[in-house]
Design a protein around this ligand. Sequence first.
Ligand code: FE2
Length: 265
Amino acid sequence: MLIAQLADTHLSDPLMDDPISHSRMECLRTAVNAINKLDPSPSIIIHTGDMVQNRTHSEYKLAQILLSDLQAPLYVVPGNRDSRRMLRETFDLPGNRNEPVLYSIDTHELRLIALDTQSRDTRKGDLDEFRLRWLENTLNTNKSKPTAIFMHHPPVPITTSTFPWQFIREETREEVSAIISRHPQVIRIFCGHSHRLFRSSIATAEVSTVTSLAADLRMDDKNPLQDRDAVYHTHTLKGGSFITKTHFVPMLINHKPMHKDPPIG
Ligand SMILES: [Fe+2]
C-alpha cells in the first residue's frame, strides 16, 4: 500500500498578482502531476493541513480545482491556517461546521485516522479532552489492524526548530504517548506544520513531518535544489512499517519565490 502526502500548501488568493501566490500554485500543480504518474499508484493521498493562507473562498476554490486532478482519493485534515467549515464544504468531510474534523478510513489494509489539532485562538495545536477521548475510543474499535494517524501539528518536539514544541499545553505529549502505548497498532503519525523534514517517535509509533509544499516557506537547512522543486512524501507499507521517500520535482513553471521573515507555521 502506497500513501502520498502533501502538506502546507498555503495557497493564497489567485487574483493577487503576486509571484509567491503563483509559485505556491505551481508547486501544487507540479506535485499533483507527479503523484498521478507514480508507479505503483498511491491508494490514498493525504494533505496534512494548512491548505490555504487566508481562509478565503477563492483560496479553497483554487485548492479544489488543483486537487481535483488527483487520480487517487484525497483525505484532508485542517491546519492552523484552515477554516474547518470551508474545508468541510470543499472536501465533503464528516461532521458539522466548526467542530473538530475527526474521522477514520477503514477500507484499506491499513487504517488511517484523521486527527484535528487546530486550537481555538492560536497557531499552536491543541488536543483537548474531547479529541483525546475520541482518539482512544476510535483506536479501541479495531486493535488488530495496522493504523496510521495523520494530523497537522507534530506531537513531538521538532528539535531542529527554534520553537520545537507547537502545542498550547505541555501535557499533550504525555497524553498522546499514553494513548499510543495502549495501542501498539499505531505504527506511524504523519504530520505537517513544521515546514521541515523531520523524523522522531512517540511511544511505539514513528512520527514524520514533510516540509511545506510552498517553497517560500520551507525551514529545512537550505538545499539549493529545494527552492525550485515541489516536495512531497510517499509512504510504502512493508512488513508492518512504512518506508518513507521524499520526492523533489522541478516545478513545471518556475516563479522564483521570495523569502520573507519567519514563516507563519
Ligand atoms: Fe504551515
